[in-house]
Design a protein around this ligand. Structure first.
Ligand SMILES: Cc1cc2nc3c(=O)[nH]c(=O)nc-3n(C[C@H](O)[C@H](O)[C@H](O)COP(=O)(O)OP(=O)(O)OC[C@H]3O[C@@H](n4cnc5c(N)ncnc54)[C@H](O)[C@@H]3O)c2cc1C
Ligand code: SF4
Length: 509
């Protein structure tokens, strides 16, 4: 291209043709820059499957843009032109292409956003930072919603989003007469030979090349590269969504909280990695799910529960993130400081539930919500693990992990480290919850029915020890006060046994 007008930088989670930076641009005068950056792949030690997924999806997106008439300067990881970080790469591209200005859609994460803010001054070139319209609630709109509210609760935000989008609405009333059908969504699952699997895609030449590159360059990162079956194009991501809607959505609601040994996906969609890097559009996903309900192909508790996760939770956690950054990542309401146990990386523990969650995380870069919240997250909170260390773990190990969505889920929802800004109560539970919602306990060396002693399920003593040691911090919470009262009614000897058992478990970490 002779004279470049705008240099458009497209980030690895902006793989959407209707992106604001591309929408108003002119392929004959503007040039797209994309780069596989070492600094991004190592900002934490990301799962190797996640790096391969994002780099491969980026290369395929560059192909899609080229097919649409765009000129793309795509800098591969191994290229001699690769500068490792955003600012260096951009400076290099400015020298090479001499554009009049830089155009970029706002970054989803605080760290990258801060770097972008500095470009006007550092690079002495005009920089246009455009809004990201792929989210349904802008950060300003969320700020306005939060303004003046004593408590921020997802449920009320969600109702406003239903009204705003018109999803599952009959006029101004929710379809079915209720906003939320969660009470129907807590069934335990049984082994079923016909449980569907997410649609898998064989790696093509580009993906195979990337897998070799990741093998060579990120050998010391966590996680298996094989089997690699993620979609890396928009067309395949849409096919994965269609397969979910047809095969798993009808049961999504009923078994949303269930866990089964050897069934990492159950009836979940396994699409968060596609949504978060831009291969799927959230509103289009929700419309397709609503259409399935209206066509009688999925029950209301499934469709409502699913749509709530996307226009409710997903948008809500993003709002919380931008309302509270920077500083939110340092939240530590309980003052927890214990290092992350090694078994979060190795899976080598006798606790069957944690072993299953970590093993499938290593293999698939995926665990479903209840495994993240009530197994690995719950254990960390009960054991007093440093929330920042846990945040870095979640950010590293999942293919869908970007800080804007991972941090509020970890620090706010799973650790209550923000003191209740995001969640209405700590998601703390003893082994009884895991036993009710899974079949893990039947193959565990520990006894879920025992509270203390060497055979007792570690979640039990740790749970009551957590309630006891934090009683002053949580007794004011109406949803926790009963647990504090129960602890207070234990005989002093039982409280001592709980304390001793918990201390032994913690010492063994
Ligand atoms: C400690 C912890 C860390 C998490 N980290 C991430 C993360 O890094 N990235 C991420 O996308 N999700 C994260 N979540 C939320 C949730 O666990 C995942 O979105 C979900 O497991 C993805 O799998 P799925 O696509 O099969 O989801 P499904 O269960 O099928 O749900 C459908 C979609 O709803 C959305 N969704 C559901 N729950 C949430 C939620 N709590 N917050 C935001 N979106 C939600 C996702 O886009 C998901 O694809 C985290 C949850 C916890 C408790
Ligand atoms: S007994 Fe306890 S540690 Fe073992 S699987 Fe059940 S909840 Fe997990």
């Amino acid at each position: 291209m002779a004279d470049v007008r705008n240099l458009i930088l497209v980030l690895g989670d902006q793989l959407t043709p209707s992106l604001s930076s591309l929408a108003g641009a002119d392929p004959t005068r503007d040039l797209v820059l994309m780069a596989e950056l070492h600094d991004e792949a190592t900002s934490v030690r990301h799962h190797r499957k996640k790096i391969a997924f994002i780099f491969s999806a980026m290369r395929h997106f560059a192909e899609e843009l080229r097919a649409g008439g765009w000129t793309v300067d795509y800098v591969t990881l191994g290229s001699a032109e690769n500068q490792a970080g955003f600012t260096g790469q951009l400076a290099h591209a400015i020298g090479k292409h001499q554009p009049e200005r830089i155009v970029v859609t706002e970054a989803s994460e605080w760290r990258v956003s801060l770097e972008i803010e500095g470009w006007r001054e550092r690079l002495s070139i005009p920089v246009d930072i455009l809004r990201d319209h792929r989210f349904l609630c802008s950060t300003d709109a969320f700020r306005a919603w939060a303004e003046g509210r004593k408590q921020l609760r997802m449920e009320y935000f969600y109702r406003d989003m239903r009204r705003q989008t018109g999803l599952l609405m009959d006029g101004d009333q929710p379809v079915g007469g209720k906003w939320n059908f969660d009470s129907e969504n807590r069934k335990a699952a049984d082994i079923d030979l016909f449980t569907p699997s997410p649609k898998a895609f064989a790696p093509d030449t580009i993906t195979r090349e990337i897998i070799e590159l990741v093998k060579a360059r990120f050998g010391n990162h966590f996680g298996d590269l094989d089997p690699f079956w993620f979609a890396v194009t928009r067309v395949d991501a849409e096919a994965a969504l269609a397969a979910f809607i047809e095969q798993a959505l009808p049961q999504f609601g009923d078994y949303q909280d269930a866990m089964l040994m050897g069934e990492p996906f159950l009836y979940h969609a396994v699409i968060s990695q596609y949504l978060n890097c831009g291969l799927l559009d959230p509103m289009s996903v929700c419309r397709q799910v609503e259409a399935a309900y209206r066509a009688g192909k999925a029950p209301l508790n499934a469709a409502e529960g699913f749509i709530r996760q996307i226009i409710g939770w997903r948008e809500y956690v993003r709002g919380i993130y931008w309302l509270n950054m920077p500083g939110y990542e340092q939240s530590n309401f309980f003052g927890h400081t214990r290092p992350l146990p090694e078994f979060y990386w190795t899976g080598e523990t006798d606790m069957a539930c944690i072993k299953a969650a970590v093993t499938q995380t290593r293999e698939q870069a995926y665990a479903h919500h209840i495994q993240r919240l009530m197994v690995t997250g719950n254990f960390a909170m009960l054991a007093g693990i440093d929330p920042f260390a846990l945040h870095e773990w979640y950010l590293s190990v999942y293919a869908d992990a970007f800080e804007w969505v991972e941090l509020p889920n970890t620090v706010g929802m799973s650790q209550f480290a923000d003191g209740g800004l995001l969640a209405s109560k700590p998601y703390a539970a003893s082994g009884a919850y895991i036993n009710r919602m899974s079949n893990y306990c039947s193959s565990c060396r520990f006894d879920v029915k025992q509270r203390t002693g060497p055979q007792a399920c570690p979640f039990n003593a740790l749970y009551w020890d957590f309630i006891g040691r934090n009683r002053d911090k949580i007794r004011g919470n109406a949803r926790m006060v009963q647990m504090v009262r129960t602890y207070d009614k234990f005989a002093p000897a039982e409280q001592q046994r709980i304390g001793r058992s918990a201390a032994n478990i913690l010492a063994s970490l």
